[in-house]
Design a binder for this molecule. Sequence first.
Ligand code: FAD
Length: 355
Amino acid sequence: MTEKQIVVLGAGYAGLAAATRAGKRGQVTLIAPEQRILHRVRQHETAAGHPEHRPAVAEVLRGRAVRHIAARATGIDLAGRKITLDNGEVVAYDTLVHALGSRTAWHDVPGAAEHAYAAERAAGIAERLRTADRPGTVAVVGGGATGIELAAELAEAHPRWTVRIVAADQVGGWFSDKGRGHVHRVLRGLGVAIHEHTAVTAVDTEGLTTADGRIPADLVVWAASMEPHPLAGEAGLAVTPAGRAIVDDHLRSVSHPEVYVIGDAAEVTVPGTGTLRMGCATALPQGQYLGKVLAGRTDKPFAFRYIVQCLSLGRRDGLVQLIHGDDSMRPAVLTGRTGRLIKAAILKSVVMSLR
Ligand SMILES: Cc1cc2nc3c(=O)[nH]c(=O)nc-3n(C[C@H](O)[C@H](O)[C@H](O)COP(=O)(O)OP(=O)(O)OC[C@H]3O[C@@H](n4cnc5c(N)ncnc54)[C@H](O)[C@@H]3O)c2cc1C
């Protein structure tokens, strides 16, 4: 009997964690364009000009029966069970793991896609800051974790630039009072100007138009929110209105059970925990779980509880917010150097957990 073809699309946290575990037991094909892992949770450091920490995909896959094809999927033929690639190859599968993640959502704001840097264009942001004739103003749009980490890191690394963070609601508004208070104190201490309840309505070469007037900026970084990769919906998998694939308790597509969808691309709901938010913290355990399923090491449903949320706030400070298993806030936080060290330890453990 020929071996079943397992194909994993995407080498983010979810895809890699699944491929390395499944590849302990049988042959797996991994399709993703990059030779070094994206490691998105460290992209704010790269944007600020710090050295990149991106291990080679080959290093993560070492010793596992995983063939990496460095290409992009352009289509999924669900009826024919085939993937078409941008290098002209066609790859057949029996079991498909869709782990294509997410990308910046521009929310149809005029000029945003043309004039702003998406948060994940970290190297481009660093280059733009490095090559500027003179210091100017950076506006970071988005008061979520990505926007906060970027604003803090950029302000600390480029003290001669003015950094502004612009949010439609509150900056770090979901944290406990203590957590939010700490984020605001650190940002202000780094000289970051905070604009809350300020919806951006347009972006141009000279800055932002908002409901409250103009915010001039030489560089706009867009960290407002993420949307799932569109290929799941385009292929015909059952998706939510937002485009995340709908999966069952084993992370299988409800419309095509031979396809598993994990990470940011999937809408995963866990009893007692709720619908999981996009994040490395949720993508990685999904990949680890699915790898075990594919290797025949478990057939239990996927289970998940949250423990902490953490942020780096520049190189010297951080926030560890204690949370309940359903992602709601506890009052307690760890801050300062302790918060920073815990966050750094978590970042280190992410790469180790991929294998
Ligand atoms: C700046 C920044 C900071 C962040 N910080 C945190 C944090 O501190 N904590 C946290 O929990 N989350 C954080 N996140 C969110 C987190 O990075 C994502 O939720 C996480 O990366 C999702 O993992 P994933 O495996 O689902 O997808 P991704 O990491 O997005 O990986 C997707 C994979 O698919 C590949 N791919 C895309 N298109 C194709 C194609 N057509 N064909 C083949 N392959 C393709 C990509 O190259 C990549 O390999 C941050 C995000 C950003 C942008």
